[in-house]
Each structure stands twice: as C-alpha cells, then as structure tokens.
Design a binder for this molecule. Structure first.
Ligand code: ACO
Ligand code: ZN
Length: 281
C-alpha cells in the first residue's frame, strides 16, 4: 500500500458521502486500485465500509446492523460518546478509518498495521445512532511516550471545539496511565494550532490559580503534558526566564491576564467523572 502511495500522490477521490454530509476531500489517500477511477465515494457512517455507487450504499444500509463504532463506549456525557476500538479486534474498521482519515491528513504516513493501535472515536448520538465527529489513534505501546498518533475532526464538525476535546481526552487517558504524553510528530499546521491552544489554555489556568512558585516538573505531573512541550509553550508566551542555569517560570499576573484574554475559547470540556476506562495491558 505504501508503494502504491508513492506512485500516485495525486488526489483521486474528490468528495465522499458520509452520513448526512457530502464532504470535499483535501489529500490523496491510497485506496485499493479498483477505486482509482472513482471521483466520489460512499461510506457507511457506522462500519466505515466504502463503496463506489450510491445504490451499493443503500443496499448496504439495509443490512448493516451497526449503529455506532464497534468496540466499547468508554465515555458518555449528554449526546457525546467516545468509543474505544481495538485495531486488532476490528481490523477492517481500523483500516477503513485510516483510509478515510488520510483524505484529510497530508504528511502522515499511515499505519496499515492497525493491530498496534487503539482508535478513540468521538460521536454525536441521536435516535438514528452515533455519528462520528472525529477520532484520534494511539499506539498500544509507545517507546517515545506518544499519547496520540493521528487526530482528525471531520470537516463539517471543525472549529467547534471537538479538536480540543479530543486532545484533552488524550491527556486524561495519560493521567489515568500515570504517564506524560506528547503527540506524534510532525504536526500539521492545524494540529499545531490546536495543540498550542490547548497547552496555552491549560497552563495559564493553572498558573492563574496557583499561589507561589511552581516548576515545569510539577506542571507536567498535574497535566500529563511532556516537560518539553510545557517549556516551549511558556517560552513562546515569554513566561520563562533563565536564571543560574535553570529555567524559571515568571508568571506575572498582568501578563497572565493578557494571555488569557487572547487565548480564545476553552473548547468542550471532558468530564472525567464520565470516563470509564482502564489502561491497555
Ligand atoms: N484556522 C485557524 N485556526 C484554527 C483552524 C482554522 N481553520 N482550525 C483550528 N484552529 C485553531 C484555533 O486556535 C482553534 O481554537 P479556537 O476555535 O478557540 O480559536 C483551535 O485550533 C482548535 O479548534 P477546535 O475547534 O477545537 O479543533 P477542530 O475540531 O477544528 O480540530 C484538527 C482541529 C483536529 C487539527 C482539525 O483541524 C483537523 O482534523 N485537521 C485535519 C487533520 C489534521 O491536520 N490533523 C492533525 C495532524 S497532526 C497529528 O495528527 C499528530
Ligand atoms: Zn455499515
């Protein structure tokens, strides 16, 4: 599959139909060769199987009995649910999700070895079922302390705070694991903007409430954000000074307030009390 991608890096599929949306694609995705002549593709919004023709999808929808992603519902708050899908137990679903995601991810080498990943699929639920909004993937075991491999909010749902919700969720999982985490690099422009926004908001909120000195290590323990990401974020906010060979956080209240005003909306909150999850073993 990767070879195929190297051959034809031209965007093939121009639009997809997914649930009630028709979505324009952004990038090339290495679908199997028989889809090469296909301008529009039809996805089952629940099992993510894809088809070339509308009639095929309609026939499929009559017999597909999924109404939500396969796997365990690990979070529910209001109409929002998060499902954990094990790529080893649901290989086809994992592969379909990767094909779909690649349409909106540029630089990422996609892993077709979905066995090694867990997929966290965020849904908006109603009486017709649980409709995928976005997802992130996570390696079952990461040597580099990555807590997120790929993140996507489907275009119709973008810019509504779901991205920050997914990022916050990935750090809540890391907290439950008792580990610090960081997203896999490289980040896309939109990915970097979203992470910068999340890190900034979380760190400013703590610094604002905290009395007295606090170290980067302490911030890292509280947030599960890797120390390096904290240092970079605080440096870009000009909240770090270098004294006697050490980085020191200088959180002047006026400067904090100025940054907080500029930091934008907080996004959708993750209600940790609604997360029922134990780390993968
Ligand atoms: N223009 C300017 N700023 C933006 C834009 C945009 N189009 N989109 C997001 N941002 C910034 C904003 O600061 C925004 O916060 P604000 O709305 O409070 O100002 C912040 O990012 C996050 O916004 P959300 O609404 O929480 O995020 P969204 O649901 O749109 O998802 C995501 C962000 C996942 C990066 C989305 O843009 C996406 O799926 N992009 C395509 C795939 C991609 O690039 N993924 C990241 C690859 S890197 C990796 O996977 C490790
Ligand atoms: Zn289906």
């Amino acid at each position: 599959l990767r070879e195929h991608e190297e051959f034809t890096k031209v965007k093939n599929i121009a639009t997809i139909e997914l649930g009630r949306y028709e979505i324009e694609t952004w990038y090339f995705s290495p679908f199997p060769p028989e889809y090469n002549d296909c301008l529009k593709m039809y996805f089952c919004e629940f099992c993510l199987n894809f088809m070339k023709r509308k009639e095929q999808l309609q026939r499929h929808m009559r017999k597909c009995d999924l109404k939500h992603p396969p796997g365990d519902e690990i979070y529910r708050s209001g109409t929002l649910s998060m499902f954990e899908v094990d790529g080893k137990k649901n290989k086809v679903y994992g592969q379909n999700l990767c094909y779909l995601a690649k349409l909106f991810l540029d630089h990422k080498t996609l892993y077709y070895d979905v066995d090694l990943f867990l997929f966290y699929v965020l849904c908006e639920c109603d009486d017709r079922g649980c409709h995928m909004v976005g997802y992130f993937s996570k390696e079952k075991h990461s040597e580099e302390s990555y807590n997120l491999a790929c993140i996507l909010t489907l275009p119709p749902y973008q810019r509504k705070g779901y991205g920050k919700f997914l990022i916050a969720f990935s750090y809540e999982l890391s907290k439950k694991e008792g580990k610090v985490g960081t997203p896999e690099r490289p980040l896309s422009d939109l990915g970097l903007l979203s992470y910068r926004g999340y890190w900034t908001r979380v760190l400013l909120d703590i610094l604002k409430k905290h009395k007295g000195n606090i170290s980067i290590k302490e911030l890292s323990d509280m947030t599960a954000i890797k120390a390096e990401d904290i240092l970079n974020t605080l440096q870009s906010l000009e909240l770090i000074q270098y004294r006697k060979g050490q980085h020191v956080i200088c959180a002047d209240p006026k400067v904090l307030d100025r940054h907080l005003k500029a930091a934008g909306r907080g996004g959708l909150e993750v209600d940790v009390s609604k997360l029922i999850w134990t780390p993968y073993k």
